[in-house]
Design a protein around this ligand. Sequence first.
Ligand SMILES: [Fe+2]
Length: 185
Amino acid sequence: MENIKEKIRIFVEEECKKPTNSYGYQVYSNHLLPVINYAKILTKKMNANEEIVELAATLHDIGLIMHGRENHHITGAEIAEKKLKELNYPEEKIEQVKHCIRTHRGSKDIKRETKEAQIVADADAMSHFDRIGGIFWIAYFVEKLNQEEAREFVKTKLTKSFNKLSKNAKEIIKPRYEAAMMLLE
Ligand SMILES: [Fe+2]
């Protein structure tokens, strides 16, 4: 099934390049790649299904990329289903991938029923620690904050991300979390 992972990766990367993606290509390089990387680390640690996790991690923000932030956990699950069906991916595995996408958002209190879903949500939050510059970018250019406010904004965002992680994910990210807090004090 190497083939399907690569086909999905290419599909998502191509969508990231389109001008209709208001987040720019950086969502692929600065967000999706770190998420996939952390997802792989957690998959080994937790003995989860690698294929489901990798497909879901790659597709988790496809709704946001194609249609914007609102309800992107739902639009994303629908797009994933359509695409995976086209590629003749087995029905029951499609359901597992969709469950990960539907439950990946920390802000939407939807219960995660599988360890694969927990891994994708963890990896999504962990990726913030790979792109502190990106969070500053949001603080300055989207939120239009001053330096002091931006520092607080980043600190709050990282603390929230850290607190919602599972025990395994916290263990991995703790050194980066502590280093960030030290610099942002
Ligand atoms: Fe994400």
